[in-house]
Design a protein around this ligand. Sequence first.
Ligand code: ARG
Length: 592
Amino acid sequence: NISKYLSDLITDSVQAEFEEFKEKFVINSEKDKPWQYSTPTAIKLWNMNKNMTSSYPFIKSCKELAERISELIPTTGMIESVAISKAGKGPDEKSGYFINIYLSTSAMAQKLQELVTTDITYQTEKKLKVVVDFSSPNIAKNLHVGHLRTTILGDSMARLLEFMGHDVKRVNHIGDWGTQFGMLIAHMQDKYPDFLDQQPEISDLDGFYKEAKKRFDKEEDFKTRSRETVVKLQGGDQEILEGWKMIVNVSRVQFDKIYKRLDIVNNEYGESFYNDMIPPLVQKLEEDGIVVEDDGCKCIFIPKIKVPLIVVKSDGGYNYDTTDLAAMKYRIEVEKAERIIVLTDMGQNFHFKQVEGACIKAGILDPKTTKFDHMCFGLILDENGERFRSSSGESVQLVSLLDEAKERATELCKMKHENASEEIKLTEEEYQERGEIIGLASLKYYDLKQNRSSSYVFSYDRILDSKGDTGVYLLYMYVRLCSILRKGGYDEERLAEVAKETELILETPEEIKLGLLLLRLPEYLDGVMNDLQLNMLCSILYEVSTQVGSFYANNKVLGDPKEASRILLIEITRKVMKTLFELLGMKTLEQI
Ligand code: ARG
């Protein structure tokens, strides 16, 4: 992280002379300035120490302070030179001054060169134990479009944390418990009487759920039996428990198919996992006076929040909230989580505010040692700004969304080859494979590039547009880099040789701009860790792509006297892009 490196270096150099400056130098990266970094710290220090002239009689203005600081900054290594610039238009002696830092292009080139032969990695200062709770669908329903964002954002968040060296636990907090299982099991007993001997084939889970619900609402007997079944389930009745396991398993098999397609790994710790932990937890909290009776329920009142968290319902049952309380306790006390990130849509903001507040009050969560984040996101809308639904008015199944993205991308690949020579053309199966990669990667990219707090409009045309800030464009760009390397005969071995023999030189404006962008990767990643805005990863990837595009449009690579150095730059760009694709969970192609 260059800005962090500069900040430390400058802070140390300045503090050696100005001992009372305890401030850390804030370094901002600049985009379209002749310098690459700048710091407003002289202005800040001057304003804080107006009368510093008494201890430093030679400093009579912010300008003089900035000048003195500039002299103290060592111009070796990464720093080529330092200069000051006035803020605003006032008279010199009264104005504030920025200190601007010009990086050494040769030091930048040297740093970049190391990346040709080493893996791109990131060393975190402090390895944390992090729980990422994502996807977390409810059992006995199919995955819907509503699960797209939690699944994709959560996976990417986990990938980023893993890349940064943290110890990540990916948790799928599936909704596998609750009163609805009474009617589901009862319905299964009727529909598949020999379910104990043979796992029933329920391909349409939504349909099965609806049938059960319909009967529950209409048939009084069925309703009674459903209720009895819940009680039996909670009491641990063997047969009922078997039925429950089967229903959960049917869902699990279907979820896993989608996770596999999306290349997503997570570990199931469903709501039922916490069942046994709940009664002793509630009892303890009652003894501690945290859980109190209110209006027939047992609740936790939370400072600054009007509505209490209901822990035990009036019928004595536990609920979603209780489970989240137990989950928080388990994650902190047993898993030793130092950071917990839960992904759901904005609709659950209040729920997680309550859970967080209740856990702090109960002493389960100490914000000093565990950071809790509800990483929430907006909805997916249709072109009319309504919730995205299928033509029959139902929520769109995730699997059909993936299928359609794949189908359209497959068409795209075929069209691209329409006028190509026969030897380039692929078999149907190969087109399908490419379609799957491009379709799903583009779908993910489109989701990830959105500001997650806003809702966005779903459009296949935009997702699969080959121009602009889209997955398709980025994948093509990546292929282009691969094909330059291929054409020049640069395989891994040859590249290692070139890296040894050739010095990477950053000379033209495009080379310098691209080089700097690549070196800033860790800086950007640190930024994402703070605000959990993964769209930043997309912005960098897009910027790298457009930058490398303008680099090779304006700088000849193959056949140029500077070919070797430029090839190194292309290879590093390819590696950085690959890293970003991986963080976003996007598969890539090497040719199209
Ligand atoms: N199953 C829930 C839903 O579909 C999401 C669970 C999120 N995680 C949690 N710990 N509450 O809305």
